[in-house]
Ligand binder design. Structure first.
Ligand code: ADP
Ligand code: MG
Length: 153
């Protein structure tokens, strides 16, 4: 499976990638979002979650670890594990139950929960590049690969 790269010139293009993902991402699906602080993980998540039907703001659930969205035909769980200090917190919150047949899970800072999260169908990595961002998309499963194929069309 080949990774796909995109250059995202500005914030609007990051949002657009999220919108494109919304067209093809269907549960069950697990997305990992990695990259430095300010790389655009939440911006991309916002594009995706709003395009799936959420009206209103999308903020990183930095203190609550997870923000649920009940959207038409899909349950979305947006995780931000940046502040996770003790991986046991994930056990306490019943992390496994979020990853179900009906859910689309978006995980920022998945490395903080290593060993306790299911593997990613899609791993999106954002990096600062000039005035914009470079996005690398890696498929971890056949479902993820199918999404990549649609994204690059
Ligand atoms: P993260 O969740 O990775 O910490 P955020 O999405 O919260 O990052 O913040 C990203 C910041 O970078 C925002 O200020 C946003 O406007 C900006 N940004 C997002 N995408 C781009 C881009 N492609 N080019 C330039 N700036 C971007
Ligand atoms: Mg964030």
């Amino acid at each position: 499976m080949q990774d796909v790269k995109f250059y995202l010139e500005n914030e609007a293009v990051t949002v657009e990638i999220g919108q494109k993902l919304a067209k093809v991402a269907r549960p069950p699906l697990t997305l990992y979002l990695t990259g430095d602080l300010g790389a655009g993980k939440t911006t991309l998540s916002r594009g995706l979650i709003q395009a799936l039907g959420h009206q209103g703001a999308v903020k990183s659930p930095t203190y609550t670890l997870v923000e649920p969205y009940e959207l038409p035909g899909v349950e979305v769980y947006h995780f931000d594990l940046y502040r996770l200090s003790d991986p046991e917190e994930l056990e306490f919150m019943g992390i496994r139950d979020y990853f179900s047949e009906n859910s689309l899970c978006i995980v920022e800072w998945p490395d903080r929960g290593e060993g306790l999260l299911p593997p990613a169908d899609l791993h999106l990595h954002l990096a600062y590049s000039g005035n914009g961002r470079e996005l690398n998309v890696h498929a971890g499963s056949a479902a993820g690969q199918a999404v990549i194929e649609h994204l690059s069309q």
